[in-house]
Design a protein around this ligand. Structure first.
Ligand code: SF4
Length: 288
């Protein structure tokens, strides 16, 4: 429950990574509102369905606008908001199942458009809200309620996907490094184009990966997460792919297009050339 929505009876489990993502998002939005001297209502959080999607109800403090939409449909909703009100800062809060499974078909079109929104994707490799079924990022052989004999598909490499389809800002974070994550989200919001911040946000109830991500020397477990070198050039798409090639979970900005043209700029320019037509003229234009 939250101050904003006290009747909404949903709670994240203790230790859930989404708490860290929430704090990072709050910090990033707060920084933006202070720096631009804008009211918090200039920000819109569009959520999908899943534990991650409950973010929109559980944000604390001053509240942005929030929309809790349909499963997998954060991007179409964000597109609608941005087309109607290009002045608003639109942030998506989605999970790996939500964004990368049912929502997969929407990612590439927005990358091609360079829709000026920032998608924060909380990855825990399971559908936590529906009791832990394997998601696209679950690893090969992972045993879950939906894959009792082991997942027969290999894990989706989400960072590789984002780079391949042309997202103009791709960053990777982890929910336990809140300050760093807030910075990645803030930069994603400032980037004039389609930004994706992919976050490892462990599900402590169904798939607790904190130890694998951070490592445990006493058990001989090497950390999966590692920080991208300072000399990495994020404007170099080939270097970004090389970061992914190194394996594990790279942390930082993999790729950032230095000269992106956001979709709304193209649309605004097109509107200056478009001539209003009557319905009859439109129908006649399709006649062969
Ligand atoms: Fe978080 Fe998992 Fe609990 Fe959902 S089920 S709130 S993802 S720990």
């Amino acid at each position: 429950m939250s101050d904003k929505n006290p009747e909404y009876d949903f709670k994240w489990c203790p230790g859930c990574g989404d708490f860290g993502v929430r704090r990072a998002l709050e910090q990033a939005v707060e920084k933006r509102t202070i720096e631009l001297e804008e009211p918090i209502e200039q920000n819109v959080v569009v959520a999908g369905i899943g534990c991650s999607g409950n973010m929109v109800h559980l944000l604390e403090g001053p509240q942005p606008y929030g929309i809790h939409g349909l499963h997998g449909r954060t991007l179409p909703i964000a597109l609608g908001v941005k087309m109607a009100r290009p002045d608003l800062n639109v942030v998506i809060a989605a999970g790996d199942g939500d964004f990368l499974s049912i929502g997969m078909e929407h990612i590439a079109p927005q990358a091609q458009r360079n829709l000026n929104v920032c998608a924060v994707v909380m990855d825990n490799a399971v559908y936590g809200l529906t009791k832990g079924q394997g998601s696209p990022t679950a690893s090969l052989g992972m045993v879950t309620p939906s894959t009792p004999y082991g997942k027969p598909e290999v894990s989706l490499n989400a960072l590789r996907l984002y780079l391949a389809i042309g997202a103009s800002y791709v960053a990777s974070g982890i929910s336990s490094k809140i300050k760093d994550l807030a910075s990645l989200i803030y930069e994603g919001m400032e980037h004039p184009g389609f930004s994706i911040v992919h976050v490892q946000s462990p599900c402590t109830y169904f798939h607790n990966t904190y130890e694998q991500l951070k490592g445990n020397p006493r058990k001989g477990i090497a950390p999966l997460a590692w920080t991208i070198d300072d000399d990495h050039d994020p404007s170099d798409i080939h270097a970004a792919h090389e970061v992914v090639d190194k394996g594990g979970v790279p942390l930082g900005i993999l790729y950032r297009d230095d000269a992106p043209v956001p979709f709304e700029d193209r649309m605004t320019e097109m509107f200056t050339r478009a001539k209003p037509r009557t319905a009859q003229e439109l129908i006649e234009s399709y006649a062969i």
